[in-house]
Design a protein around this ligand. Sequence first.
Ligand SMILES: [Zn+2]
Length: 485
Amino acid sequence: MASFDTVVLGGRAVLPGGEPIRADVGIRDGRIAAVGELASADADEAIDAGGKLLVPGAVDAHFHLGIYRDITEDSRSETLSSLAGGVTSIVSYFRTGSHYLGKSGPYAEILPEVLEKTNGHSYVDYGYHLAPMIREQVDEIERLVAEEGVASFKYYMFYKGLDLSGASSDARGYTLSEEYDLGHLFEIMEEVARVQGTRTDGSRVSLSIHCEQPELIRVFGERVKQDGTLTGLEAYSASRPTLTEHLAVAEVSVLAGHTRCPINLLHLSSEEALEAALELKRQHPDLDARLETTLHHLALTYESYNDQRGKVNPPIRAQSDVDALWRGVVNGEIDWVCSDHACCSEEHKEGDLWQALPGFGGTALIYPFMLTEGPRRGLSFAQVVDLVATNPARAYGLAPRKGAITVGADADLAIVDMDESHPVTPERLLSAQEYTPFEGMELTGWPVRTILRGRTVFAEGEAVGGPAGAYLKRPLEAGHPLAAP
Ligand SMILES: [Zn+2]
């Protein structure tokens, strides 16, 4: 009898902390059962990695399933896109209010609806971060952690006083909440900190924060529109300047410092935002604060891509910001890199810049972009893996099951070709989005095969089999099998 279900032979494996080494991986019951020297006779199925790079499946920790499209359709098309980038787990943001399901109510009713609409339609394993938009949802945090496997929450600082000029007249119309302000944030932080304090299993409950300051956005937005000399993404960046991120992070610093709430500062876009985040950490050295940036903030500038399809919050910035973020990534100040994937079709990007919807996709570029640009900027392959897999898995209750090639972990793997390069095209990304702001970039490190819990789910540019992703009830327990959809 074979000792493994599958062996992956002849890969250059990126194991925790090390340079790639020649290692075979033995898989049994969807888990990694051995890493070492194995033979095809040891298994029912042998996969030849042919000297290519073998990395753990990436954990795309910032995703927006169903933000602008039907969540079931989005789950199918956009998680397929994840597979093309070697991503095997995502944690997606969901909230009540405008977009998504376009309604409000208790998560006790809404989360089951979200899961029902996702279950059986995702190609990757998936979890949800939830945003408490109304007071009664703050009271649900403890139960969501204890019973539903939701270990992380979100607050959007710029929704306070939001004026969507047309879509709705004020924040209430958008958030469907009575009060969405710093008082609400304070109460969320108190509750997340309290629930974290009750955890006895060492797991982390945290609050993710979108840091942009709305009163400054109002003032700078008016100025940019009146002045009228800037256009496209340069105008958009000027309407939400980096000062707005700085002030938002400073506000968070006071509140998180006081409440001791574990926080994640999302999608830092600029040198000023990163500096503010580092200042927060200096002021509160014992606070659990983790820093995130995105592929697009590391890849694009309003000079190189001044096309309004690249509208996103926070905006695409200048080259000096890209360089500062890379310094933060290389020196370990930034904990992880994600896509902030939001499938936003061309029709939503047309017409007036100020009315166009923010966001776009990128999940399929996680490994190709980071494996191409990371080493140029001084990252080792192991550091790339930490940034896109290990660190987000640890932050969000997925480690040690996800995010590293170790015995006992889920056999989530990507075999990556570092010898061939291909230009980014929308077709290669397998997303429903018709364009990509990354179009034309010449990247290496494209996955040729992606493996989810021991099964090949993507090979030669297409899906193998149907959606096989399971809901990630966090923290993932070490011994518990993931349910098939
Ligand atoms: Zn986002």
